[in-house]
Design a binder for this molecule. Structure first.
Ligand SMILES: C[S@@+](CC[C@H](N)C(=O)[O-])C[C@H]1O[C@@H](n2cnc3c(N)ncnc32)[C@H](O)[C@@H]1O
Ligand code: SF4
Length: 375
């Protein structure tokens, strides 16, 4: 069995960005209680993970970089004390550009972080301001320079579809990110339906947003530019230089066991999918009373596992075994799915490699539609 992964959600943010629908809070008053709660959760989960090897930790948020470095060090030390974490584990950490300084990066590194994912989102000031980011382009460039110089593995996030974004401004952000020397890039299509503010803005001012067709063209163009710079498109939203794929994130798509700690975190463990409560007070109260903060706990049946293997695995450019997907489609006895599957292959949305089925670059553009048929 591949080694497992550990995720910890750290929900504190200085301010909330216009597009963000993650479970976050801008009220830091519960921070100490929260970190104690995470430690209790680690203690509760540890017996379930006895004898299991872990080779990745992901501290995500929220804004982990907002917490004092001593807190990060203590959290990582707790995880290492409670779980069998490999010495050479990938330890990823989400940082916002405004928190990145030479001293902070040195502290994160000495706490054991070896990979930083930085939320650049754009390198155009108007776009950053439009969604309430706390940094401007100059700050993001400075953060990238500091991070790349530190020698840690650096990933940068961009969003395609921000208000005010144009083809040229997006490609300039992409070029700037690559030229800064990152080895991993995550590019997300702005999910406008996640927040009322952005959805409303898009309805009132459609002219501020790239059309779906323009976004689709830009998506393909961006892929070509990244390929020309030596980045492989290994997952729908992720590109990496050879060997720099996010080890932890790949576990989600391959259904490798992961434990999730913290408010709203999810996990696949012992053949069960579990999700923590997404209300911070409920999370704290549960752990303070010695209870697990679980809102959902369901065994994954064999049929569900087969389905998950397809809709998660197809996100990866490696795709899924052709015989597994064919068996699923035939076994579903859904004639429409069968016809559509044949059509996706005939139209070049999906392609067959030797023994596997995967999306083509063009196919990724309609991947939501295709994947939703397997969910
Ligand atoms: C969990 S967030 C936290 C990262 C960090 N706090 C930051 O703001 O940079 C991770 C990434 O999700 C992406 N994201 C968040 N909300 C999104 C949305 N509505 N649509 C598309 N991408 C989004 C952003 O690129 C962000 O960097
Ligand atoms: S995008 Fe990042 S900084 Fe902004 S609210 Fe979401 S988690 Fe916090």
């Amino acid at each position: 069995m591949s080694a497992a992964g550990l995720y910890v959600h750290l929900p504190y943010c200085a301010t909330r960005c216009g597009y963000c629908a993650f479970v976050v809070t801008t009220d830091g008053s519960s921070r100490d209680r929260y970190l104690e709660a995470v430690e209790r959760e680690a203690a509760i989960l540890a017996p379930e993970a006895a004898g299991v090897a872990f080779d990745s930790i992901y501290l995500g948020g929220g804004t982990p970089s907002l917490l004092p470095p001593e807190t990060i060090a203590r959290t990582l030390a707790t995880l290492r004390a409670r779980f069998s974490v490999a010495d050479d584990a990938e330890v990823s950490f989400e940082a916002n550009p405004e928190d990145v300084t030479v001293a902070a990066v040195a502290n994160w590194a000495s706490a054991g972080v070896n990979r930083i994912s930085v939320g650049v989102q754009s390198l155009a000031d108007v776009e950053l301001a439009a969604v309430g980011r706390r940094h401007d382009a100059a700050r993001a460039r400075a953060a990238l320079e500091t991070l790349v110089r530190s020698g840690l593995s650096v990933s940068g996030d961009l969003i395609l579809g921000l208000p005010g974004q144009t083809r040229e401004s997006f490609l300039a952000s992409l070029g700037g990110l690559c030229e800064a020397g990152v080895e991993h890039v995550s590019i997300y299509l702005l999910e406008t339906e996640k927040t009322k503010t952005i959805e409303e803005d898009r309805r009132l001012h459609p002219d501020r947003y790239l059309s779906d067709d323009a976004q689709a063209d830009l998506w393909l163009e961006m892929g070509e530019r990244l390929a020309a710079r030596g980045f492989a498109h290994y997952e729908i939203s992720n590109w990496a230089r050879p060997g720099r794929e996010a080890r932890h994130n790949v576990k989600y798509w391959l259904r490798t066991p992961t434990l999730g700690l913290g408010v709203s975190s999810h996990e696949l463990w012992g053949g069960r999918r579990r999700a923590n409560v997404s209300n911070l007070d409920n999370y704290l109260a549960a752990l303070e009373e010695g209870r697990r903060p679980v809102a959902l706990d369901q065994a994954v049946t064999e049929a569900e596992a087969a389905r998950e293997e397809i809709f998660l695995g197809l996100r990866l450019s490696a795709g899924v075994p052709a015989d597994r997907i064919a068996a699923f489609v035939v076994g579903s006895q859904d004639v429409r799915l069968w016809n559509d599957y044949e059509a996706w292959l005939a139209e070049g949305i999906l392609e067959r490699t030797d023994t596997r089925i995967r999306f083509t670059e063009r196919g990724y553009l309609v991947s939501n539609e295709v994947l939703s048929r397997f969910v």
